[in-house]
Design a protein around this ligand. Structure first.
Ligand code: AMP
Length: 214
């Protein structure tokens, strides 16, 4: 299975991709995670990416094409992949089509995870990661017991650097202007399915797998 998960920041792409990866044994390819790894490694490229990400803007298309070409040709992607956070521009969508044509592995489809703006804001402003076990939590939505368990284990609830109000506003604006056209790109090719991504993780996952198995 080769699919793209589309949706605004905070729509739950990463959470759902991880569940799907565990179930279907195909890798989640998250360009955001790959960029954050480069930032953490402190490479020169990572330093440049850091400032772009902190400003809520996008890393240039040609750079992203290099990263994704390298990743999708790794052996673990041979039986499929779940793209999370790529493509984010029409140019990237075209680049991906060309790359997959060259590799002779067509995309099965794109799933748009649709969520109301107010919920996106709460998901993004409330999003935290437990420093002890890396678990994704949300101060508005996670059960208090789970939040307390992280603290009790000596952990901290860490906020992503770009999850502050100012950068979130910019990221949502960039999504509307640059990424929403990608939805039209897949729609016009008959490759788009839309799911309601409002609800619990399990409810959304059930809708996602139903859409994939159509
Ligand atoms: P994410 O974790 O997917 O929300 O990505 C975090 C940040 O990484 C984005 O706000 C962008 O600055 C950058 N980024 C991730 N994926 C891409 C992409 N496909 N194209 C350009 N920039 C990206």
């Amino acid at each position: 299975m080769r699919i793209v998960l589309l949706g605004a920041p905070g729509s739950g792409k990463g959470t759902q991709a991880k569940k799907l990866m565990a179930d279907r044994h195909i890798p989640q390819v998250s360009t955001g995670d790959m960029l954050r790894e480069a930032v953490a490694a402190g490479t020169r490229f990572g330093q440049r990416a850091k400032s772009v990400m902190e400003s809520g803007q996008l890393v240039p298309d040609e750079v992203m094409l290099g990263i994704i070409s390298e990743r999708l040709t790794q052996p673990d992607c041979a039986d499929g992949f779940i793209l999370d956070g790529f493509p984010r521009t029409e140019q990237q969508a075209n680049d991906l089509e060309e790359l997959l044509d060259e590799l002779a592995v067509p995309l099965d489809g794109a799933i748009l995870m649709d969520v109301d703006f107010d919920i996106l804001m709460k998901r993004l402003t409330g999003r935290r990661t437990c420093s002890v076990n890396g678990k994704l939590l949300n101060i508005y939505f996670s059960p208090q017991a789970e939040l307390d368990a992280c603290i009790a284990a000596g952990g901290e609830l860490v906020r992503r650097e770009d999850d502050n109000e100012e950068t979130i506003g910019k990221r949502l604006d960039v999504y509307r202007r640059q990424t929403e056209p990608v939805v039209g790109f897949y729609k016009s090719r008959g490759k788009l399915r839309t799911i309601d991504a409002d609800g619990s993780v399990d409810e959304v996952y059930a809708r996602l797998t139903a859409a994939l198995d159509l």
